[in-house]
Design a protein around this ligand. Structure first.
Ligand SMILES: [Fe+2]
Ligand SMILES: [Fe+2]
Length: 486
């Protein structure tokens, strides 16, 4: 099966040369159909829709149009439904299914898969579970995209969407919105963002582009830019791991969100039980991914310093540096930048800002990661508080401002492991060659996991990484996954 994936035409602000050339290439190709992932028009006006319809009548292949945020401006979604087609739907073939849906909140740039759309998607994924090829499409990007500035428009419930797409074995998700072509392999899910086909709104002086995607036993994504062609090939299923005999290199205990203070938001019993268990587990390293105290006050820091009597690496969360915390954190816990041995190297980042939940890594620290990645250690780990990938069971609001660029650099540099501690829910996902693990809150009464407060144990073997979550109160174990090392 072959698909042309186009996006973000933004009629009437088009570069005609790009539009005509793309249409010509599509008409002369052997693609089965075309999918347009939204922002067909710029302001949702009738005249824009009419112009777009006229222009697209030149395309000689069937087209699926998915609505974008620009199509939904000025009550544009009603025009979209009347003139273009339904906002969501199913295209089914003998061995494939394509589910497309609306992620637009009228007159907003942010996206969301509404409750009813989410249930619809789940129901359809269940119904078509046996299809060999499963494709899902919506306008907004699912994970942060590099080179597109401040991250703010990822779907509100991106974490939950990622979760079901992976659980139901979806092969491919197609989106647009950011006007910058990008591909990530997240577990077995290939996430493809298209650039803009013909709009003047490009980023970084980028050229207009579109994708040709060919799916058989492999997925081939060809990005055809107006000046060059880039191609990447992905295998569709990763190898399963059955036999886990390998030499163990080290064990990390990853904790976050202890929220120590004198109020009952800090669950002392939970904390003490968890630390008893941590001692029994005899880890080589303990890493605290931030929000050590509930508020950055002297009495909380003084209290916290009494609770930790094992060697721990700390990075600050926003809770730790509000009020006086900015000065207290280095005094009580130090601001360690890295820890490097032959076997393993850690790079610690401060992603937290004064009185703000929004995180940022910044160019200075990003450059230091590039330097750090050159060290000769066998296994490289980056630690920060804010999550880089959307996390299930949370409304996505904790992503770093510069998540797109940070995620891109960490995966490009093939950092083996990234540890984060925001959003109070555990998560472990491999994106490209990098495993990203988030820790739940260890002892804060406010947490989001049905399993309860917990911490993570990460066992690194020569050939694989084994991640599990340990419940703070009972010490029971829940496996988050096993991943093969490169
Ligand atoms: Fe757009
Ligand atoms: Fe958009």
């Amino acid at each position: 099966m072959k698909i042309a994936h186009i996006s973000d035409t933004h009629f009437p602000h088009i570069i005609k040369e790009s539009f005509d050339r793309t249409v010509e290439m599509i008409n002369n190709s052997d693609v089965d159909f075309v999918i347009h992932t939204g922002d067909l028009v710029d302001r949702g006006y009738l005249r824009e829709y009419e112009e777009a319809i006229k222009a697209f009548s030149m395309v000689k292949k069937p087209i699926i149009f998915v609505p974008g945020n620009h199509d939904g401006k000025n009550v544009g979604l009603k025009l979209f439904e009347n003139l273009i087609g339904p906002l969501s739907g199913v295209k089914e073939g003998k061995d494939y299914v394509i589910l497309y849906l609306n992620s637009v909140i009228p007159d907003m740039n942010e996206g969301r898969i509404s409750n009813s759309s989410f249930l619809w998607l789940k129901e359809k994924l269940r119904k078509y579970i046996d299809k060999r090829i499963k494709i899902v499409s919506f306008h907004h990007h699912l994970v942060p995209v590099p080179n597109t500035g401040r991250e703010r428009n990822v779907l509100f419930n991106s974490g939950d969407v990622i979760d079901i797409l992976i659980k139901y074995g979806v092969n491919l998700v197609l989106s647009g919105h950011k006007h910058y072509p990008n591909i990530y392999q997240l577990e077995d899910l290939l996430i493809v963002n298209a650039g803009t086909m013909c709009s003047v709104k490009t980023r970084l002086g980028d050229k207009n582009s579109f994708n040709i995607i060919e799916i058989d036993d492999k997925i081939r994504v060809k990005t055809l830019r107006m000046d060059e062609i880039r191609e990447r090939v992905y295998t569709r299923k990763k190898e399963r791991i059955y036999n886990v005999e390998s030499e163990k290199l080290f064990r990390i205990v990853q904790i976050a969100g202890t929220f120590i203070d004198e109020t009952d938001i800090f669950n002392k019993k939970m904390f003490l039980n968890a630390f008893k268990k941590i001692e029994e587990l005899n880890p080589d390293f303990i890493v605290h991914c931030g929000d050590i105290v509930n508020e950055g006050l002297i009495k909380n820091y003084a209290l916290a310093s009494k609770y930790f009597n094992l060697p721990i690496f700390f990075v600050p969360g926003p809770r730790d540096i509000n009020y006086l915390g900015y000065n207290l954190f280095p005094k009580y816990f130090g601001l360690k930048e890295r820890h490097i041995t032959k076997k393993v190297a850690f790079k610690f980042l401060n992603s937290s800002q004064y009185d703000s939940d929004v995180g940022v890594v910044g160019r200075g620290q990003l450059n230091k990661i590039k330097q750090f990645s050159r060290n000769l250690s066998e296994f490289k780990i980056v630690v920060l508080h804010h999550n880089l990938l959307p996390i299930e069971n949370t409304r996505e609001k904790g992503l770093l401002e510069d998540a797109g660029d940070v995620l891109y650099e960490l995966t490009r540099l093939k950092i083996d492991l990234v540890l984060t501690g925001h959003s109070s829910h555990p998560s472990a996902r491999k994106i490209e060659d990098t495993l990203i693990v988030n820790a739940n809150s260890l002892s804060c009464k406010k947490q989001r996991s049905l399993f309860g407060n917990s911490f993570n144990v990460i066992d690194v073997y020569k050939d694989f990484i084994y991640v599990s979550e340990i419940q703070s109160l009972s010490g029971s174990r829940h496996v988050l996954g096993i991943w093969k090392r490169k």
